[in-house]
Design a protein around this ligand. Structure first.
Ligand SMILES: Cc1cc2nc3c(=O)[nH]c(=O)nc-3n(C[C@H](O)[C@H](O)[C@H](O)COP(=O)(O)OP(=O)(O)OC[C@H]3O[C@@H](n4cnc5c(N)ncnc54)[C@H](O)[C@@H]3O)c2cc1C
Length: 400
């Protein structure tokens, strides 16, 4: 077991950190206030080759390991949750799913342009009447010759107005419950696809989230990902990767909350001493610091399993559950440490708190992960090898 980062991983951390310090932190307060999603950041991330960091070079990425993706996500979320969310859906939920389940033609047509950042991918699972209960989704896909006709609507879709490609989950057999779900690669340019951003969000205001409408969209049959009826398994495997990036990002929120709090602990004095000298403030700092370490260890363990080509639903769910709760607590305590000043946007901690709520809800709510962990502990649930597994790393060993 080796707990140290490689030189390559350290250098990626350095690059992303300085990018965030230079190109996100100085502007994020304004973007957040205006509800503006700065798409140039995605272009800049593509220039830095960070939109496909763990996708093999032959498919347009840079071929680094899965924990390097975690490092990118952690550092991005230190700047703001919006940009980590973008990488989560583009790389974690979409590109890695194409890598795992796609045909060679699908990888050539969709994965390569996504991994090199020319095109942006998103993930359309949630619907107005189907969130945690995925099997309740109502979007339909009806076969018509060499096409499927898709009808329905998706909601709370990150990058809804920005993405070029969507993975859309629809029922090919509405009577078959979760076994009747299939997954399709849908291009924004297909006739009948439209989107609309959701306004008035609590957090991730500098991000783009909203609805995607599918009105008699003709999707070529070759854009079916996996087999008909395999969509539920594909969605759950995609979430193994999305949740991994969310968990890593949560470490970035804890890091940002801790950094801001440490600074304030030195600046602010009460009762004749810096507030950091008060034991109850130290308790909040100690919790943040311990939770950062715990969360990172859980994330890197899940990444290590991914690198080994093993199923990791249990470990990824645990990392996502614990780190997202810890990030919310860290942001909440950071506001507390800042007193009344933490209640205004003069300091960034109120944004951390608003942002930290979403990851406790998306990619499996806190309650869903609690249930999953209970079921694993009780032996009611186990992870079995899938028909198609995410490639182990290093890639050259398995792709030959
Ligand atoms: C900012 C943001 C971005 C998002 N981006 C995407 C995206 O890109 N793509 C996408 O497909 N979706 C996305 N989502 C949607 C997200 O994944 C869902 O909101 C989430 O799965 C929860 O579904 P729901 O909101 O319908 O809540 P519900 O499923 O209706 O749950 C409501 C409440 O009931 C609880 N609950 C539900 N079932 C149970 C149960 N069995 N036991 C105990 N408690 C239960 C939940 O924990 C929750 O507290 C996003 C959401 C947000 C907020």
């Amino acid at each position: 077991m080796n707990f140290s980062l490689t030189e390559e991983q350290k250098s990626v951390r350095k690059v992303v950190r300085s990018f965030v310090d230079r190109e996100i932190i100085p502007y994020i307060k304004e973007w957040d206030e205006k509800g503006h999603f700065e798409t140039d950041i995605l272009k800049r991330l593509a220039e830095l080759q960070l939109m496909g960091v763990c996708i093999p070079e032959e498919y347009g990425g840079v071929g680094m390991d899965y924990n390097t993706l975690a490092i990118v996500c952690e550092e991005l979320e230190r700047g703001d949750t919006a940009f980590r969310t973008a990488v989560s859906v583009h790389t974690g939920l979409n590109s890695m799913t194409l890598l795992q389940w796609g045909t060679e033609v699908q990888k050539q047509n969709y994965l390569i342009p996504q991994a090199n950042g020319d095109k942006i991918g998103a993930f359309g699972l949630t619907e107005p009447n189907a969130g945690s209960d995925v099997a309740a989704l109502e979007t339909t896909a009806v076969k018509d010759g060499n096409f499927y006709i898709l009808n329905g609507s998706k909601t709370w879709i990150s990058l809804c107005d920005v993405a070029d490609h969507f993975l859309i989950f629809a029922k090919t057999d509405p009577k078959a419950g979760h076994r009747g779900i299939s997954c399709f690669i849908v291009e924004r340019t297909f006739e009948g696809v439209s989107s609309k951003a959701i306004k008035g969000k609590l957090g991730i205001r500098a991000g783009n989230t909203g609805e995607v409408f599918l009105d008699n969209v003709r999707v070529p049959a070759e854009n079916l990902l996996g087999f008909e009826g395999e969509g539920f398994k594909i969605a759950m495997s995609a979430l193994d990767n999305g949740r991994f990036t969310v968990a890593a990002g949560a470490c970035g929120t804890i890091m940002a909350a801790l950094e801001a709090s440490l600074k304030y602990c030195e600046e602010r004095k009460t009762f004749g001493k810096e507030i950091g000298r008060h034991q109850l403030v130290q308790q909040m700092i100690a919790k943040m610091s311990a939770n950062l370490e715990i969360s990172r260890l859980l994330v890197f363990k899940a990444g290590w399993l991914k690198n080994s080509g093993k199923r990791n639903t249990q470990e990824t769910s645990l990392a996502k559950w614990i780190s997202c709760d810890a990030a919310f607590e860290a942001a909440n305590d950071a506001v507390q440490i800042h007193g009344a000043y933490g209640f205004s946007n003069e300091f960034p901690v109120e944004r951390y708190l608003r942002n930290a709520k979403a990851p406790v809800i998306y990619e499996g709510t806190r309650e869903i992960h609690t249930i999953m962990q209970g079921e694993y502990a009780l032996g009611y649930r186990e992870d079995k090898t899938l028909r198609k597994m995410l490639p182990a790393w290093p890639f050259e060993e398995i792709l030959v």
